[in-house]
Design a protein around this ligand. Structure first.
Ligand SMILES: Nc1ncnc2c1ncn2[C@@H]1O[C@H](COP(=O)(O)OP(=O)(O)OP(=O)(O)O)[C@@H](O)[C@H]1O
Length: 302
């Protein structure tokens, strides 16, 4: 058994022959990871997720889940996957408990599991409250609870924090971390905002215009991002060029501004000290490029 729960190899996919939506996509989702699948609107995230869930046909068997081609996964394999791709149709006039109960009856699943799931998603106390009184965050947690009802090893979640307020986002994030760390569930989650999921993921894949632009662990991402830049604004910046260029990679933007590649807060303090010790009048020190800027840059590339 491979250590990757999802493995996509050189996937090409289009809805018609003239236009490919996914171009040579390769993705590896390691067992036990929380894998953030990032891309702007229309990049191809949902299409990829639908292919993983067998909702679109993968004629070339490029998509494997549990080491098995998705087309051979049905029916047992799919019971090992919980998914939230389209928001489920809950009944507003019924409680959270009753909504899950209906699904258990329809899918012939064990109702005894419902209490455990409500506990897990933090909705035990709201179990008998009608869904119309639930906040968006509560609804989203119930939807994740629904995906958990068959005790899956893998959760595939399409933009589960989209539209949530910071509190709702935090609730969902904490739930997913708990599922991953305490229950060993591998999570494949998409988002169009890096900062929304950056705090919880162990791995990241970035898709843009149907192509994978980056894939790696959080450590690999941090390694890239480490070389961010800091902007120093100071009087006659250029007159410090020789001094700075001795030890740093520096680019002058105008009379007062220069951008320096920095790898730690300590280094920023160090540069500040050198400049001040050499008589610089510093007006401002600010980040010139961050993780989000890097992501925006990478996701707009063609
Ligand atoms: N059923 C379909 N038929 C034809 N084109 C489609 C279909 N579904 C999606 N597309 C197109 O495929 C491209 C990728 O869409 P997809 O929904 O996978 O992107 P996404 O990254 O999930 O974006 P979003 O966050 O907006 O959902 C888009 O150009 C979209 O218009």
């Amino acid at each position: 058994m491979s250590t990757n729960i999802i493995e996509i190899q050189n996937l090409n996919f289009g809805f018609d022959k003239t236009k490919l939506i996914l171009k040579d996509v390769s993705l590896m989702v390691p067992k036990g990871s929380i894998y953030g699948f990032l891309g702007s609107n229309g990049a191809g995230k949902s299409t990829t997720m639908r292919l993983i869930m067998g909702l679109f046909n993968d004629d070339h068997h490029s998509v494997k889940v549990f080491d098995t081609s998705v087309s051979d996964l049905y029916p047992e394999g799919f019971s090992r996957i919980g998914s939230l791709i389209d928001y489920p149709a809950f009944y507003d006039h019924l409680s959270g408990y009753d909504n899950l109960k209906i699904v258990c009856i329809l899918r012939n699943l064990n109702e005894a599991k419902i209490d455990e799931i409500l506990e897990l998603v933090g909705l035990s106390e709201a179990r008998n409250i009608k869904m119309k009184k639930y906040s968006l965050g509560m609804k989203q947690r119930l939807a994740i609870g629904l995906a958990l009802i068959s005790d899956p090893e893998l959760l595939v979640l399409d933009e589960p924090v989209n539209g949530l307020d910071p509190n709702g986002m935090k609730e969902v994030r904490e739930l997913l971390i708990k599922l991953n760390q305490e229950h060993g569930v591998t999570v494949f989650i998409s988002s169009h905002l890096l900062l929304e999921i950056e705090k919880m993921v162990t791995h990241i894949g970035i898709i843009s215009h149907g192509e994978i632009k980056f894939q790696g662990s959080k450590e690999e991402l941090n390694e890239l991002y480490r070389f961010q830049k800091t902007k120093f604004s100071l009087k006659n910046a250029k007159s410090f060029e020789a001094l700075l260029a001795e030890n740093y990679q520096v680019e002058f933007k105008n009379e007062t501004d220069c951008e320096i590649v920095t790898s730690s807060p300590h280094q920023i303090a160090e540069i500040n000290k050198i400049l001040v010790n050499n008589g610089a009048q510093i007006y401002q020190i600010s980040p010139a490029g961050g993780l989000e800027e890097w992501f925006m840059e990478i996701s707009k590339q063609n």
